[in-house]
Design a binder for this molecule. Structure first.
Ligand SMILES: [Zn+2]
Ligand SMILES: [Zn+2]
Length: 473
């Protein structure tokens, strides 16, 4: 049992701690909310655009735990949740708070690479940090925030790093302030790993895939320094690779992701694609709106608004008199949520001017996945990889040559003036060599594309542009 005086003493201490905490609590809340307002002003529109709903900031100041979380709820609306524990612990200064909230915003709108097998396209942890670097420096450059710059945040080394390097994001001051935050958060690691420049020269172990989860602390520091210096995403968490999402037929095709990578590598080499090019993202959804996530539908609707031709190409739209309708942007805005232009029978589709490909899993990968004589399911044809390669070629050409998309299919089936081979001949041969497709695909694939006669409606200018382009490939 604890003697009475000791209990009293403990109680007293608690009261003191609480009253101290209570005294600066309102001002800390005000300071935190100030930062949230600035962040919201910076990114509110982008968030609304992506999710079709405003960001909900759940300030749970009365919960005494430290948590920061971004999520998309069942209604498809973006949320961040902030626990009140950060108000109690002195480590969470307003500057530290800013950087962590920026990281959470990064999950929502930080862009690719996204976490695989996640219920919304949440940027991976490393990408959220990469985004946080620019978000934080924007907040630190805000007029109201510049005034709150902590005293003595700089030491010689930080000053040198921020003034002598080519800082690509923010100002020297915001750079120093961010590094100060990092050293608050990761002080031990910053000391252990030596000076800032040596962190940037560190070699990290090779990774097999982009990390969904949080990388090592040194790698996190590296990520911020790299972002500030305008360097590429660091290889300690990022790997340039094809990413697959949605209802991926991974159970039937356990090596789907590495096989998709092989197909992309083929085009990368065959067409000598630009080295900085982002690999494609493949979304496995049948072309039915109710099957997709709301977020994908939101993204797709956006794309559809900007691409009027799709509607007249695939949707059978007639007016009251039975004539084909002219599709205007206003018409799309009015009807985009009720009408879907893609037929269910669609195999796959590349979204023009993006790196996104949609594949119907049932009609591509799984369509030739059948019982063998022993009752074991197999993919007899590898038609799915052929479709995938076809869509990747659309994306590759978009990035490699300037030729209108409507000429693509004709380009696919036009024999090269010197070798006499079509681009899709080379692809089919590759798929067979790699055992991704059966031998019969060498004939079947290209002949089915040739049969559609995509060069039928081309005029002579278009044909000569195709010939010229082919020669350059
Ligand atoms: Zn995170
Ligand atoms: Zn196509």
């Amino acid at each position: 049992m604890i003697p009475l005086f000791k209990t009293l003493f403990l109680l007293l201490l608690l009261v003191i701690a609480n009253s101290g905490f209570a005294k600066d609590r309102p001002s800390k809340i005000k300071e935190f909310e100030n930062r949230l307002d600035i962040i919201e002003a910076l990114y509110g529109d982008l968030i609304f655009e992506k999710f079709g709903a405003p960001l909900k900031i759940n300030k749970m100041w009365n919960v005494r735990q430290v948590f920061f979380q971004a999520d998309v709820d069942e209604a498809g609306e973006p949320n961040i949740y902030l626990g009140g524990g950060a108000l109690i612990l002195p480590k969470y200064t307003p500057d530290v708070f800013t950087l962590i909230v920026c990281h959470e915003i990064g999950h929502l709108i930080g862009g690719a690479p996204y976490k695989t097998e996640h219920h919304y396209s949440s940027s991976v942890e490393g990408q959220a940090d990469f985004f946080a670097a620019s978000c934080t420096s924007k907040v630190f450059e805000n007029k109201r925030i510049i005034k709150t710059k902590p005293q003595s945040i700089t030491d010689r080394e930080t000053d040198e790093f921020c003034s002598h390097r080519d800082i690509k994001i923010g100002t020297n001051d915001s750079c120093m302030r961010i590094i100060h935050v990092l050293s608050n958060l990761f002080s031990d690691n910053l000391k252990k790993s030596g000076d800032l420049n040596s962190i940037l020269n560190m070699e990290f172990p090779k990774i097999e895939h982009t990390l969904n989860q949080r990388p090592s602390t040194v790698c996190q520091i590296y990520t911020f320094l790299a972002a500030l210096s305008g360097l590429e995403r660091p290889s300690c968490w990022y790997k340039k690779e094809v990413r697959i999402f949605g209802n991926t037929p991974m159970r039937e095709f356990p090596t789907l992701d590495s096989d998709a990578q092989k197909v992309w590598n083929f085009w990368d080499q065959r067409l000598s694609l630009p080295s900085g090019l982002t690999p494609p993202e493949i979304y496995f959804y049948s072309f039915q709106r109710h099957i997709q996530t709301n977020e994908f539908t939101q993204w797709q609707s956006h794309w559809l608004l900007g691409n009027t031709d799709i509607w007249s190409d695939w949707a059978d739209l007639k007016n009251k008199n039975g004539q084909s309708m002219e599709i205007t942007r206003e018409w799309i805005v009015k009807n985009v949520s009720s009408i879907f232009p893609f037929p269910k029978t669609f195999l796959a589709f590349h979204y023009d001017r993006t790196n996104r490909i949609q594949m119907n899993p049932e009609r591509t990968m799984l369509s030739t996945y059948q019982n063998d004589p022993y009752g074991i399911k197999r993919d007899f044809l590898g038609a799915g990889y052929y479709s995938m390669g076809h869509e990747m070629l659309h994306y590759a050409l978009q990035e490699k040559v300037s030729i209108p998309t409507k000429l693509h299919h004709c380009l696919f089936v036009t024999p090269h003036p010197e070798t006499g081979r079509m681009l899709i001949d080379d692809m089919a041969q590759f798929l067979v060599d790699e055992k991704l497709s059966a031998t019969s695909m060498i004939k079947m694939g290209p002949s089915s594309e040739t049969k559609m006669d995509p060069c039928k409606r081309m005029n002579s200018d278009e044909i000569s542009l195709i010939q010229k382009t082919l020669k350059s490939l």
